[in-house]
Design a protein around this ligand. Sequence first.
Ligand code: DC
Length: 222
Amino acid sequence: MSYNIAIDGPAGAGKSTIAKQVAKNLDFIYVDTGAMYRAIALYLLRNHVEAEEDEKISHFAKSVNVELSYINGEQQVILNGENVSGFIRTEEVGKMASIAAKNKDVRIQLLDLQRNLAKKENVIMDGRDIGTHVLPDADLKIYLTASSGVRANRRYKELQNKGIECCIEEIERDIIARDKQDMERKIAPLKQAEDALLLDSSDMTIEEVVNKITVLFHENCK
Ligand code: DC
């Protein structure tokens, strides 16, 4: 039997940074489902599919092959046999991922892969619909959020550290638009599962959130 932890929440709440560290603490496998949507988005962009071409998105979703592999414990995303992990972290791909994620065939394509991983291994999986849809029986569910201002500020600092010029107001506008798109879509929208614990990280450090989730797991699941 395997243990499953689900972490959902809006863009920029720190899900992946935190889930990665909790996975290390507990010796679990970390599964970043957003990376799978990003890989499909990259495939669509490479094939010049536009946001409003829903039928084309379905067509490409039905033929795409997305897999995960791990190198030194780091998740790699394989798109039709190619490791695309280095190409999926751009704003362009993130925006297209949120659009592609509204499409039924895209979601069907990824659901089995996500569920099968969780069946075999102890996983901590992050995304938008993990607690509500992908792993409704997860042993621990966390809804991790932070105010849009805090999330924008974190993203702004990250980009500045990379030497990328950016405007904080624009980042916050994009974050709010992405939240709206992910929360208002018809299929498996982002929302807190009824049995998920709400963690607002606005005034917490990464370490505090990681410790909190690790303790919650030990208290509730073992
Ligand atoms: O977490 P992220 O920024 O890498 O996710 C990119 C997009 O993928 C996100 O805006 C919505 C979509 N997504 C989803 O619909 N369901 C998931 N479980 C994970 C991501």
